[in-house]
Each structure stands twice: as structure tokens, then as C-alpha cells.
Design a protein around this ligand. Sequence first.
Ligand SMILES: Cc1cc2nc3c(=O)[nH]c(=O)nc-3n(C[C@H](O)[C@H](O)[C@H](O)COP(=O)(O)OP(=O)(O)OC[C@H]3O[C@@H](n4cnc5c(N)ncnc54)[C@H](O)[C@@H]3O)c2cc1C
Length: 626
Amino acid sequence: MQSSMLSSTRLSPPRFSTSFSKRGQNITRRQNKHNLRVYAKDFPKPEQIDKTENYRIAGDLSKRFATDLKASPEQKKKVVIVGGGLSGLACGKYLAEAGHEPIVLEARDVLGGKVSAWKDKDGDWIETGLHIFFGAYPNMMNLFSELDIEDRLQWKVHKMIFAMQELPGEFTTFDFIKGIPAPLNFGLAILLNQKMLTLPEKLQTAPPLLPMLIEGQDFIDKQDELSVTDFMRKYGMPERINEEVFISMAKALDFIDPDKLSMTVVLTAMNRFLNETDGLQMAFLDGNQPDRLCEPMKQSIEKNGGKVLMKQRVKEWVLNEDDSVKHILMANGEVIEADEFISAVPVDVMKRMCPEPWTKMPFFQQMKQLEGIPVINIHLWFDRKLQNVDHLCFSRSPLLSVYADMSTTCKEYYDEEKSMIELVFAPCSPIAGGKTNWIAKSNQEIVDATMKELERLFPLEIGKKAPDGVGAKLLKHAVVKTPRSVYAAVPGRNKYRPSQETPIKNFTLAGDWTSQKFLGSMEGAVLGGKLAAEVVSAKAKGMKTAGLKKINDDIMAEASTFSGQGWKRPQKMEDESPVVFGAGYVLEENDEQQLMTIDPEQLTEMDGRSQATKDAVQEAVLNRTR
Ligand SMILES: Cc1cc2nc3c(=O)[nH]c(=O)nc-3n(C[C@H](O)[C@H](O)[C@H](O)COP(=O)(O)OP(=O)(O)OC[C@H]3O[C@@H](n4cnc5c(N)ncnc54)[C@H](O)[C@@H]3O)c2cc1C
């Protein structure tokens, strides 16, 4: 073992090979806009990711759509899917393969929802979020293989890179040693890292996590009432592990601090990632997500007889007397009929659109316990190439979560001379555990705060301490706010995630927030969509479905008193701002007005108020719909 691999290290600038030297490595020759020839190096697809049990199960489900779930011409259904994010598109893909006619309706002029991206006036891509693909994303990995686009994943070296809090500009790593199987490889990666935890701290941390590996999902589910911090204290884990590991983990998983995040989320992630040898190996997509991922999904749907339509805003689910869906009413007044209807919109949008008779049903009442968490994604273009790492970095800074120099990590954004740093800013509101409501702040204030944090991450290159006393110049920025992103996985929420199957005979739910064994993530979105397709396909063939997920006792106990009250029903949703659709955008004045109308708490300025007031507002936000 080379000890140099394991200690904190000032990561050297990437080396771009000038020859196609290493066998098995995909080295791509590229030419940048200044006519320099450069070579971006990918690591090969990890050997174990398609050999896991989870990968096999995911692949088996994919195959069923073309075999036992395949509809005969008489069984073929017209299925309207509302929402063209990953979940809606995955649902459409598998339904088309099962012989049905899916029609995906997306409100915006771009596909992808939370993975959508668009070009600014200079032709640079702006992404809703910095997105990372993990080896332990079995449905996503199957999808890439089925679409024959596996070469679009740029796998990075198998390690996790953390900025050192006390040593500006320095990093430390968890290195996964090839040939060592899971979960030993992770245990070893932690044991051998000398910089983040002491040996006694490591030894104290391991025992409380062992039941997660041994007992599995049962143990994991039982921890949902505890926050990460509660769990740590209950099981005597050293406080420092919070600072060293859990803060960055919680922010990366749910854009939220550990005292707000359910321990089930951390354990679920650990259980999925650590049980698979290549589970934590990460990949970047080789370009913008709508073209490089959503487009092949669209083409697959269309090739098999379905449709994907954009600028199609669904206004209302119109019901029959028996509460089933009669048709959908589009914003332009058009009526669309179908045999089956699927919602693949975010939970906040589904709550707004929930027809009045359904709001009294325990099944839909569960949604009141779920609410999207705000997050901000920032792009910063610099006048020079910064010290850069060809990987994701965990910033471990109070305001930021993860970041990457996309001018190095991603082929489409490659630039040998200038860095484009993409950063996730979290927690960015009191709902997520932060002190400041950054969603209500101006873009300039957010950029200024980010630049301050970057002075610590790049001390020799950004800010006054740089050798020239000025540092790298920021050429331009883009601040994308997603006021309601993935559902806030605060303690006690997991049990309220509804099944894809609903009590309404022709209505099914998809989306990353529906019940599935992955978190609110791209993998969760694909799996949620696939499970919704399974429900509809099985019903069409008269086959048994998995059935409704059991509804929690507290919801059932309150069932007799349910009224339609407390549902977020904004009066005005006529404008077409992306925030109305649970998406992210560089907010203009019009978008802010929209946000004020549909979600006023988001723009409540909390600075300068007492902690008691902040707590009260936060509690009100979380309880508003209970
Ligand atoms: C900043 C950020 C970073 C992230 N990083 C990662 C990551 O690294 N790894 C990871 O796995 N996940 C990550 N995620 C989470 C991931 O993006 C989501 O979990 C996933 O994309 C959700 O997909 P979805 O299809 O369920 O929902 P969405 O993407 O929200 O799609 C819903 C769609 O419905 C449409 N819609 C809404 N209302 C209507 C209407 N009335 N009519 C028609 N259409 C409508 C919307 O426009 C949208 O396109 C990140 C998210 C964000 C915001």
C-alpha cells in the first residue's frame, strides 16, 4: 500500500496524456476553441457495477416489459404521463416497450425537470444541478446500457475527495483499493485516512453502523424518527464525526444539515453504496443532461410508438363521479383523454394539482407530510484555469456542499485555459437547517458569499491572498435557484412516501419522491417511473400488482376529520415560470413574483430575526400542510 495515496494531499493539476497509453482507459482527443489539442481521460466502467444483485433485479424488471408484461394489441393502453423529468421519461420508455402508447407531457420547453439545462446568451450551458452518477445506481446503469449510451458516463478515479477545513487549499481522500471487495474497501478507505478521524474515533463510529449492514432495511427504516445528530448521540458516536463526515454527507444527499436529516437517509445511502464494491465510484455525464440523457430516452419512447411533447402544461385532473380520472385539462383549454393517467410531477406540484375529492383520502393526505427542499446551483466562470481536480470535491464549508471544475470533469464543457466551477449551495434556507434564507437573497449576494468560501478552497488563486494580491477574475456567473427540489427527508417522512399504485383505478404516481428503495435522486426517479410503468402494465394484463403501500396509523386515525383545507392552492398559476413546475431557474422578477404567489415562505427574509421566530416559521412551514 502506498501511504502517499492515503494522506492529505495538495492535488496536482490534471495531467492530460499526450498518447493513448493505458490499456482499457478511454482517452478522448479534443480540440478546444483556441485550437489547442487536449486529451480528456476517462476511467473504464467499473468492473463490478453490472454484477451486483441490485443490477440484476433492475435488469430483470426492464426485461419483463418486453416479456410477461408485454401487452397484446387488445390490451394496449393510451397512457398520459404528466411531467418530462427522468421519472416521466423512464416511465414512458418502459410503457412503450410493454406495447402501450405513452404520451409524455412536459410543461417547459426543455426536458429533464431537475436535470434540465439551457444555454445562456453566450452559448454556455446552465444546469439546474451538478449531477453525479454512482456505481450503485442499478436502474440508471441498466438504462444507460439499454439506451447504448454507456460511453457517455465519464467515470472518475474511485476515491472521495474532501477539502481540509483547517488547511486551506488542501484535500484529503478516501481511497478505494482495487481488488478489495465491499464493504471492506470502504472500511479500509476510512481506516487508512489519517486526516479526518483518529483511530479511537473510527473505532467508536463503526459499531452503531454494523446493524445497518447485518439487519439491512428493517434497521434502516426504524431509524427514520431520528435525525443524524440524534442517532449519533443515542449510539455514542464521537461528535467530531459530524463535522468531519456527516455534514458533507447530509448536504450532498439532501441539501440539508445533519440535525435536520433523517438517519434513514444516511443509512440507506451507506447500505446501497457500501455493500457494492464499486458502489461509490462516481461518474459525470459527458455533457448537458437534456441532450446527452433525456434525448435518447425520448427517442426510445418515440421509436416504440409513444410521444414526448413539450410546452404542454397540464392544468387539472378532471374526475368522473367515481373519482377516477375522466380526462386532463390543458392550460390552453385542450382536453386529453386516455385509458390511464400517470403523474410524474414533483410532490409540491402534485399537492397543488390534487383534485378536491382526493384531498380527503388517506392515500393523498400522506403527501401533506412531504415537501421539497430549496437548493441553489451556482456556475462561476473564471479568467484562468484554477488548481483543479478531475473529480467531485466535498467542500466541507458552511455554505457549500459539493463542487467540481466542469471545465475539466466534463467533455462538453472542457476548457484548457479557463475554469467553470459548478457548486451546490446548501443548506440554503432555515427549512434545511441554514441560518439564512438564501433563496430570498439577490444573486449577487449569493455569488459574493460563495467567492468568500472559494478563497478558502483556492487560497493561492482566489482573493487578496493570491500572489498578485487580486487572484482569478470572475468573468460571469449564473445562480440557479430551485425553491422546491427533492423532498425534505427530515425525520419521520419515509413512511409517508406513497406507493406508485393509488386507490384511483386509472391513476398512478411516479417521481423520485414516491416509495422506492432509493432516495430522492436520479436513481429514485428512474425506479419510481419504472415501478409506475409496472403497475399500469400489470393491470392492463389483469396481473396482480404489488398493491397499495400500507398507510401509517396516524393518517388513518385522522381519516374521518379530513377536509380539503390546508392544501396549498395558489390562486394564480397562469404564468409559465419554471418555479411553478418544481424546477430551477435563474430567477427574474417575474419568477420571484410567481414564487411569492405559490410559495410565500420561500421569500421570507429571516435575517435579523430571533432564533425563536426562525424556529417558529420553520415549524410552520413543515407543519403547514399537516
Ligand atoms: C441542484 C441539484 C443537484 C442534484 N444532484 C443530484 C446528484 O448528484 N445525483 C442524483 O442522483 N440526484 C441529484 N439531484 C436530484 C435529481 O435531480 C432528482 O431526484 C430527479 O431529477 C427528479 O426527477 P423527477 O422526474 O422525479 O422530477 P422532476 O425532475 O422534478 O420532473 C418533474 C417534471 O414535471 C414537469 N411538470 C411539473 N408540473 C407540470 C405540469 N403542470 N404539466 C406538465 N409538466 C409539469 C416539470 O417541468 C418537470 O420537468 C439533484 C437535484 C438538484 C436540484
